[in-house]
Ligand binder design. Structure first.
Ligand SMILES: [Zn+2]
Length: 408
């Protein structure tokens, strides 16, 4: 960073681009997604989809059981390409493939290494496919955590995935806590639908939050996606235990699970992040929808202002991803990782620190992205990937998905 002439002298021979009137900003971070959902796009199944349980059983759990190596690889690679096209340079993924489990995180890691997308990966442990698969899921998380710890490369990190309280027995949760030797983040779904609340009340006489807190899970660092069906007193637990809540507004609306109490949680200073939950990979859209959902639902113009959105999308997402990577992410400053996006955005009015989010929400769009840089390297420029043939990759993905769909 510095004056052009000084930098040119200091680094002779370095590649130089005059970005003229283009707009430079840090790459976005997606705090919760499922890359394995990529090849479900356009899939039509004859099963019923009228409840959240039916969406899980008839679509996602049916899909994840049928995933093979090629499907995992291409869903990750295409999801990675699309993330970059949307200006996302770091993702936190949550993976499931119970019948192709061993080394599945390596398959995703290897696909994303083709485009150097920064990734924080985990495998979702669940008892829904039996005790043996749950145990293998635990081992896969630990194997990958150890691998990342040993390699400490620039692009891959791990957390410890758990599905959700309603598909995890106390015995399995105990095993996960015992296995999580270095206190990696547990990344799970929490109180997404009423189903999680009902099942936990029925089987344990406790809400999912009460139950996970009582068993000691919240003594570990927690990334909890959703937190829609929470009881009023449970906001205190979320705050006291410093739970990081990941809001996924479009997924919640799509699955008709209800509204997360984001304005209420923000008032209590609960830490909120933003993710897309595999519904989309477009974090511009996800961020734009978040305040609209709350304002519309609450009929309150001040329910969720853009300063709060800035804090969630740019500060909180960067803080957690940066903490897990042990690097400065999501900022443009000396010492930060050079993960940058450049947009052909020409503001019709002045842009300054206090009105940037207004420009982001009302004016900017991923179609304006002209360049994506990760760790100082140009990955995407002039609508093309620099190190990969995009058309051929999509062609192969359609072949692979055809075979997958035949099995569903
Ligand atoms: Zn999810």
């Amino acid at each position: 960073m510095g004056k052009t002439e000084i930098l040119k002298k200091k680094y002779p021979g370095i590649q130089y681009y005059d970005l003229k009137e283009n707009f430079l900003m840090p790459g976005l971070i997606n705090a919760h997604t499922h890359l394995y959902s990529t090849l479900a796009r356009g899939l039509s199944l004859r099963a019923k989809f009228s409840t959240f349980k039916e969406i899980l059983e008839n679509l996602w759990w049916h899909l994840d059981k049928n995933l093979k190596e090629d499907d995992i690889y291409y869903s990750a690679l295409i999801g990675g390409l699309e993330s970059i096209k949307y200006g996302v340079t770091t993702i936190i993924d949550h993976h499931a493939s119970p019948n192709c489990l061993n080394n599945s995180l390596d398959i995703i890691d290897s696909a994303l290494s083709k485009i150097n997308l920064r990734r924080i990966l985990c495998y979702e442990v669940s008892d829904r496919d039996g005790e043996k698969i749950a145990q293998t899921g635990i081992e896969e998380n630990i194997r990958f955590i150890k691998k990342c710890e040993k390699e400490k490369n620039n692009f891959s990190r791990a957390c410890f995935g758990l599905h959700a309280a309603f598909t995890l027995s106390n015995k399995t949760l105990e095993k996960c806590m015992q296995a999580n030797y270095n206190k990696s983040y547990f990344h799970l779904h929490l109180a997404e639908d009423n189903l999680d609340l009902e099942e936990n009340l029925k089987n344990y006489n406790l809400s999912p939050i009460q139950r996970l807190n009582q068993i000691g899970l919240f003594d570990f660092p927690i990334l909890a996606a959703h937190c829609v069906h929470i009881l009023p007193a449970e906001k205190t637990i979320l705050k006291e235990k410093n739970i990081k809540v990941i809001h996924n507004p479009q997924s919640n609306m799509n699955n008709a699970v209800g509204r997360a109490y984001i304005p209420e949680m923000l008032k209590r200073d609960i830490f909120i992040l933003l993710g897309s939950d595999g519904y989309t990979l477009n974090m511009f859209n996800e961020a734009k929808i978040a305040p609209l959902l709350q304002r519309s639902y609450l009929k309150d113009l001040n329910a969720f202002n853009l300063d709060k959105l800035y804090k969630i999308l740019f500060l909180n997402n960067s803080k957690i991803a940066g903490f897990i990577f042990n690097k400065v992410l999501g900022e443009i400053k000396i010492g930060a990782e050079a993960d940058l996006i450049i947009l052909n955005y020409f503001p019709p009015t002045e842009v300054n620190a206090s009105n940037f989010m207004c420009h982001f929400v009302l004016g900017m769009d991923p179609s304006m992205i002209s360049m994506v840089i990760i760790k100082g390297e140009i990955i995407f420029k002039d609508k093309k990937f620099t190190g990969l043939n995009e058309i051929e990759t999509y062609k192969k993905s359609r072949e692979v998905s055809k075979k997958l769909w035949r099995r569903l």
